[in-house]
Design a protein around this ligand. Structure first.
Ligand SMILES: [Zn+2]
Length: 170
């Protein structure tokens, strides 16, 4: 694992209820076996067993707030609308942690995603996956790593937000 990605997680542990109203978030997902999945317009795609990060932002209030968005991601029963919904609907896919930070800057999701990808060598799992709102040519907001990607994600949030990071382990 890349040395620069090490991070003492205890220092930023926070209860789920303390999420900011608006901000950027990353889901850390573990897929327990290789699967092939129909992802809407992207068609059938292969997802290898391993760890994934999915980074987005929720910049509204009420139904479009950060906590509503994350709770929606965590519900298995729903109509698949975003690419990530197709993956999270699978029995073998589990959200392990949620990392979030307050911001009103939509580009921040791209900065976080790029940092995880470039500094920590996580890979694009499926080109175009979760990139419809992308402001920076990320290629995808779903990144893959065979090793646990959590330290990569925490390092990215520490880089951009320092102390203002919320972590919830599920
Ligand atoms: Zn992007």
């Amino acid at each position: 694992m890349n040395q620069s990605c090490g991070f003492p997680k205890e220092s930023i542990a926070s209860p789920f209820g303390a999420l900011p109203a608006r901000g950027v978030y990353t889901l850390i997902i573990f897929l327990s076996k290789d699967i092939s999945l129909n992802v809407g317009r992207l068609g059938f795609q292969s997802f290898p067993r391993g760890y994934y990060s999915y980074t987005g932002s929720a910049l509204g209030m009420g139904a479009t707030s950060l906590s509503h968005r994350i709770l929606r991601h965590l519900r298995k029963e729903k109509r698949s609308f975003w690419h990530i919904d197709f993956l999270l609907a699978q029995e073998d896919a589990a959200v392990m942690s949620v990392v979030a930070a307050p911001t009103t800057n939509r580009k921040m999701e791209c900065h976080i995603n790029s940092y995880i990808k470039e500094k920590c060598q996580a890979k694009i799992a499926i080109p175009g996956f979760g990139a419809s709102d992308c402001r920076k040519n990320c290629g995808s907001h779903l990144l893959f790593s065979q090793d646990n990607i959590k330290d990569f994600v925490l390092a990215a949030y520490k880089h951009f937000f320092n102390g203002l990071v919320f972590v919830s382990n599920l």
